[in-house]
Ligand binder design. Structure first.
Ligand code: NAP
Ligand code: MG
Length: 477
């Protein structure tokens, strides 16, 4: 039985209720988490506030940095343990689960170094005045985290918030709580004061909503779907609580005829099969110069047929999807494709060892997807790549920008001037030229435009979002 972790102590929910923890590889329940409620959030926010006022505010940046660094080192020692927890809870192949734990350690390392380097400015002003600015923490921050990359999103969101001097109340997705409960325990072991990191589990519409509404929360960092992002914004608007929204994407990979296809093909595949396509930054639309459309699809088709899906512990190209309803969601999209006569180029294979009761989906490549069809517009959040062709650069830009989203774009071309033009003309938070994702470096600010959200996490830029700027003007004559 998993308990909440509040003020460095394991605590049951006052509801007395629990939620089953299911292994996506076989669909079996193997543990329980707390189904927490507004009263539990109230306790966690109280613990966080107490920590902020009594301890956390008084620590210097260097001291905070040392704590974050100790947690980073502890996580590095425990990569195997954390990866094993995540693998079972979320169905991640070993390589992915380990990569997430390593990234979590790296976030805390990066933000550890930033703690004592966050400063304001002095501003030249009228004679007789001195003006300066202070970057102050918001205070008690709320973090609502999705199930697809719990450790990485915790790292960037909670790591940044702590570095900026905030304390945190965290609501993980009900499908992905176990690794984060463990990380909070490790934080206590390395000396984080009680109340700095509090984990409260449960359903989004219950405990997530209670967190967003709580008057003691000074900032909300939400990563998840656009519709829930809207709800969070509405709830927060009532008390004018600032919000950072990291929402979804329908990101294009744009391939011109002069592209280095040997480099592009593996990147295109990995951008849609990573984490079984359950990635906000998945490259889910493939826009191809008509001159190379057929040969590229042929090569991609051959590669898709070699992709293997199976239980997380087999560490294949893809593991299962997170839960049955997610599998059903992907099936619904694929049956819509059939109804619309959208042709399939190729698909991968679910291995024979995969239990019937697991939530598997073969990666699928579709072609000539009409740009306005929901397959080309909405997030499938599964391993489905939608290909379409373009005539020229203007047409490529038009298609790349033709969704409500604007999170990531990849552009493949050898033409230097076109690289710059495309980077300028595509509306998205990140553009990658001749690569996709740049290895996901924690240094690189990340976030969206349009329905992909606003605010930036990762990098030093995130610290602006986790602080508020105070201007102080002295009149001294
Ligand atoms: P989701 O359904 O929006 O859930 C996200 C989080 O919000 C979960 O913790 C969820 O809790 C909680 N939640 C649900 N309803 C809520 C409510 N009424 N009030 C407060 N909290 C609520 O998204 P998801 O299905 O977990 O994740 C997939 C989505 O996240 C995709 O759209 C993906 O693109 C996006 N995402 C974006 C980024 C990014 O950086 N831009 C990164 C990763 C994922 P429960 O699940 O426990 O109900
Ligand atoms: Mg699970």
């Amino acid at each position: 039985m998993q308990l909440n972790y509040i003020a460095n102590a394991s605590q049951p929910s006052s509801s007395g209720l629990t939620i089953a923890v299911v292994d996506p590889s076989d669909g079996q329940t193997y543990d329980q988490i707390q189904r927490s409620n507004a009263a539990d959030i109230d306790v966690a926010v109280g613990a966080a506030r107490q920590c902020l006022e009594a301890v956390w505010r008084k620590l210097g940046g260097a001291e905070r940095g040392r704590l974050l660094m100790r947690l980073s080192l502890k996580i590095s020692e425990r990569v195997d343990e954390l990866a094993a927890i995540e693998q079972r809870d979320c169905g991640k192949p070993t390589k992915q689960a380990r990569a997430d734990a390593v990234a979590l350690a790296r976030y805390f390392e990066f933000y550890a170094g930033a703690c004592d380097k966050l400063h304001g400015e002095t501003i030249p002003y009228l004679d007789g005045y001195s003006v300066l600015t202070w970057r102050e923490p918001h205070g008690v921050t709320g973090h609502i985290i999705p199930w697809n990359y719990p450790m990485q999103i915790f790292g960037r969101s909670v790591g940044g918030a702590l570095a900026a001097g905030n304390v945190c109340v965290i609501k993980p997705a009900e499908d992905a709580c176990l690794s984060l409960i463990r990380v909070a325990q490790l934080a206590a072991e390395v000396g984080f004061p009680a109340g700095a990191i509090n984990i409260v589990t449960g359903y989004g519409h219950e405990v997530g909503d209670a967190l967003a509404r709580h008057p003691g929360i000074d900032h909300i960092s939400f990563t998840g779907s656009p519709p829930v992002g809207t709800l969070i914004q509405q709830v927060a608007a009532v008390r004018h609580c600032p919000v950072t929204l990291e929402l979804g994407g329908k990101s294009p990979q744009v391939v011109f005829a002069d592209a280095d296809l040997d480099a592009a093909i593996p990147a295109i595949i990995s951008a849609i099969v990573q984490n079984a396509g359950q990635t906000c930054s998945a490259g889910s639309r493939l826009l191809v110069d008509q001159a190379i459309y057929e040969p590229l699809l042929e090569r991609l088709g051959e590669a898709f047929e070699k992709l293997r899906v199976g239980p997380a512990a087999m560490d294949l190209d893809l593991g299962p999807l997170i839960r049955q309803s997610q599998q059903q969601r992907v099936w619904d999209f694929l049956s819509d494709a059939q109804v619309a006569n959208i042709r399939m180029v190729a698909h991968g294979k679910v291995v024979d060892e995969a239990p019937e009761s697991g939530f598997y989906q073969a990666p699928t490549l579709l072609r000539d997807v009409p740009p306005m069809h929901r397959l080309a517009q909405e997030e499938v959040f599964g391993p489905v790549l939608c290909a379409m062709s373009f005539r020229d650069e203007d047409h490529a830009v038009e298609l790349a920008n033709a969704t409500h989203f604007g999170l990531v774009a990849g552009v493949w071309t050898a033409d230097g001037a076109r690289q710059f033009r495309m980077a300028r003309r595509i509306r998205s938070g990140q553009v990658f030229i001749n690569n996709y994702g740049a290895g996901g470096g924690v240094e690189l600010p990340f976030g969206g435009v349009k329905s992909s959200g606003y605010g930036r996490e990762k990098g030093l830029e995130a610290l602006h979002g986790f602080t508020t700027l105070k201007t102080v003007a002295f009149k001294h004559g």
